[in-house]
Design a binder for this molecule. Structure first.
Ligand code: SAH
Length: 483
């Protein structure tokens, strides 16, 4: 059976009663109970009771309720916004309910749910804050239990704090920009110095603390966090990254950060995709820098979400320089870089005792010139090489490394979509690497790891790269078998 949330048959609302008449018909215990309940509001109680018990009389005298000391008549209900039939006499209560309905006034008849237009809740009262508990007939015991539990959770001074908040709302709305600044003010107000002062009974001190707090938020400076989103899996985000995402006004993210990771941010944060995928830069780096500076100047809390680690091939250097020049505060939150995720997927030791004791993060894009970059020499001396953005230059990387003296048999591991459920793993040698370029089935990001340490990886779940060698090479091999 499909799971559905049951519907409420009675929907709670808060009705305005200030200065309005509420009629209670009855002179006994039931009437007194309702009078006490409604007496917690600023409604004007009208108690219609020819005979009233002493306790009710005392209540009337103390509360300033009015009493109609005459036999009940429908006209007694005139002008009331609510009616309680609480006489303890079934016949009379039915009559009262029928009269109220005729007059268009909502009615509650004690212990007669079939006659009720509304039910009264168990109430936790911290005026102006009210918590109303309804059970639709599951019983007053349950309602009272819940009431007690909630009551214990809430400070007795909550009402005073809420009153102070109401008094400051207008000022907060004029002074603080909508969004994070205002939200933070209220969070600090309800949890910080103003709340503590109210708790201690120091109301004027609380007011001053609230005003100080508000002024401190008026010119709240913007802040940019350059945050590493990790390789793609949601649970490879750091706790710090998650916290900042939950506090962000704006999330500026690259195309490489998967949607579910971006979705982990605060629900009403603004989301700006700034593209940057090979071949389709939707914004230039200069435009992104300018955007971050602008958001910072507006006082926004920004998460600049980058795949992997922000400081690895993320152009964070340029963004940080722009922020520094503009005097905007920023911080960097590290993330799991693609090389580490790919190595984990392959159970590949990036450093291996006696085999490899250094590692290179590179892109294959600097191999075009005549001289070999330094990292090629490191590769030859045994470093493990992680190649970012290397798919389209795989042949160049392989041929230049072989040319430089690295054995064509050097082990190579390739992971597409590292850390994600749809990841694919390939293994082979440097000689097989050029086949990557020709593959059109690899649509996700690809990490290539080269080096002798790769031989220590687990190849049980990977496909051989060689199976996809250049068509020409396969044809030659096949001919070789035939002859
Ligand atoms: N800052 C990122 C790298 C951005 S450059 C990081 O630290 O990981 C983009 C390149 O990262 C891609 O071309 C690819 O080589 C690599 N990459 C990013 N995510 C990847 C993933 N899930 N699997 C494999 N490679 C990935």
């Amino acid at each position: 059976m499909p799971h559905t949330v049951p519907k409420l048959n009675a929907f709670p609302v808060f009705m305005r009663v200030e200065g309005k008449a509420v009629a209670i018909v009855g002179g006994g215990e039931e009437a007194l109970a309702k009078a006490r309940l409604i007496g917690q509001s600023s409604a004007v109680l009208r108690i219609i009771a020819r005979d009233a018990e002493p306790e009710l009389l005392t209540f009337i005298a103390r509360s300033g309720a009015t009493r109609v000391a005459a036999p009940y008549e429908a006209s007694h209900l005139q002008g009331a916004v609510m009616v309680f039939a609480a006489s303890g006499d079934e016949k009379l209560d039915s009559r009262v309910a029928a009269d109220a309905r005729r007059l268009g006034i909502p009615v509650n008849a004690v212990d007669r749910p079939e006659l009720c237009d509304f039910f009264t809740p168990a109430l936790v009262n911290r005026a102006p804050v009210a918590i109303a508990i309804g059970t639709e007939g599951a019983g007053p015991v349950l309602a009272q239990m819940l009431r007690t539990r909630i009551d214990r959770m809430l400070s007795p001074s909550l009402g005073s704090l809420a009153t102070l908040a109401a008094a400051l709302r207008g000022a907060a709305e004029t002074l603080l920009p909508k969004g994070n600044a205002r939200r933070r003010f209220w969070i600090d107000f309800f949890t910080g110095a103003p709340a503590r002062a109210v708790e201690a009974g120091e109301l004027s001190q609380a007011h001053d603390a609230a005003v100080d707090l508000m002024l401190s938020k008026v010119h709240a400076p913007g802040h940019i966090a350059l945050v590493g989103a990790g390789p793609g899996a949601e649970d490879l985000l750091t706790l710090r990254a998650h916290r900042l995402l939950m506090e962000a006004d704006v999330i500026v993210h690259d195309a490489l950060v998967p949607e579910p990771v971006v979705a982990m941010g605060r629900r009403d944060a603004e989301r700006l995709a700034v593209g940057k995928r090979k071949g389709c830069h939707s914004k230039s780096q200069a435009e992104i820098n300018a955007l971050l500076v602008e958001l910072g100047r507006e006082g926004k809390r920004v998460v600049r979400l980058k795949s992997g680690d922000p400081l690895v091939f993320g152009r964070a250097g340029e963004e940080m320089a722009a922020l520094r020049d503009a005097g905007i505060a920023y911080e960097v939150v590290p993330g799991v870089t693609a090389a580490f995720a790919a190595a984990a997927d392959f159970e590949l030791p990036l450093t291996l005792r006696g085999v490899s004791s250094s590692m290179v993060f590179t892109t294959g894009h600097d191999l075009k010139g005549n001289s070999l970059p330094d990292w090629a020499k490191l590769a030859i001396s045994g470093a493990t090489v992680a190649v970012y953005m290397g798919r389209s230059v795989a042949a160049e990387v392989a041929s230049r490394l072989i040319e430089a003296g690295l054995s064509a048999d050097t082990a190579v591991a390739v992971v597409e979509n590292a850390s994600l459920a749809n990841r694919r793993r390939f293994h082979g040698t440097l000689a097989d690497l050029p086949s990557l370029e020709a593959r059109t089935d690899l649509a996700g990001p690809v990490m290539t790891i080269i080096g002798d340490a790769v031989a220590g990886a687990n190849f049980e779940r990977s496909e051989p790269l060689a199976a996809h060698r250049h068509k020409g090479a396969t044809a030659v091999a096949a001919e070789g078998v035939q002859s």
